[in-house]
Write a protein that binds this ligand. Structure first.
Ligand SMILES: [Zn+2]
Length: 124
């Protein structure tokens, strides 16, 4: 992969990292405030009996989202490290090259398409 392409992906990944970090922070703020005072930030504080289940649902969704975002952040960080040490775009399974088309679609991909498909089939 040439310098120019790598620089482009680095910029893209840096932006994605900043964006995910912001989102994770706001999701975690919601989670933290729910846990500490049990009230939903700004959503229907006094609507009575149905509040409980709605709140649980919101918590579950926020928790899911936080997990997903922090997984993505891990991959993004891994990709950024790869850019620094020259392993970016190398599949972590077969050590083959990840195609540029795949990286364009998913800049923090850690596996080539065949390996990804194989693993998805295994986990189904
Ligand atoms: Zn592979």
């Amino acid at each position: 992969m040439d310098q120019e392409v790598r620089a482009r992906f680095r910029e893209q990944l840096t932006n994605m990292k900043a964006e995910r970090t912001e989102r994770l922070k706001s999701v975690r703020t919601v989670l933290a405030s729910e846990r500490s005072d049990g009230s939903l930030g700004g959503i229907d504080p006094g609507s009575g009996d149905h509040n409980g289940s709605h709140q649980q649902l919101t918590l579950a969704v926020a928790g899911d989202r936080a997990g997903h975002l922090s997984d993505e952040l891990k991959s993004i960080n891994q990709a950024l490290r790869g850019i620094e040490n020259g392993t970016y775009g190398v599949c972590q399974e077969c050590e083959g090259e990840i195609s540029e088309a795949r990286l364009n679609a998913l800049p923090f991909a850690v596996r080539c398409t065949p390996c990804q498909e194989r693993i998805e089939r295994q986990t189904e």
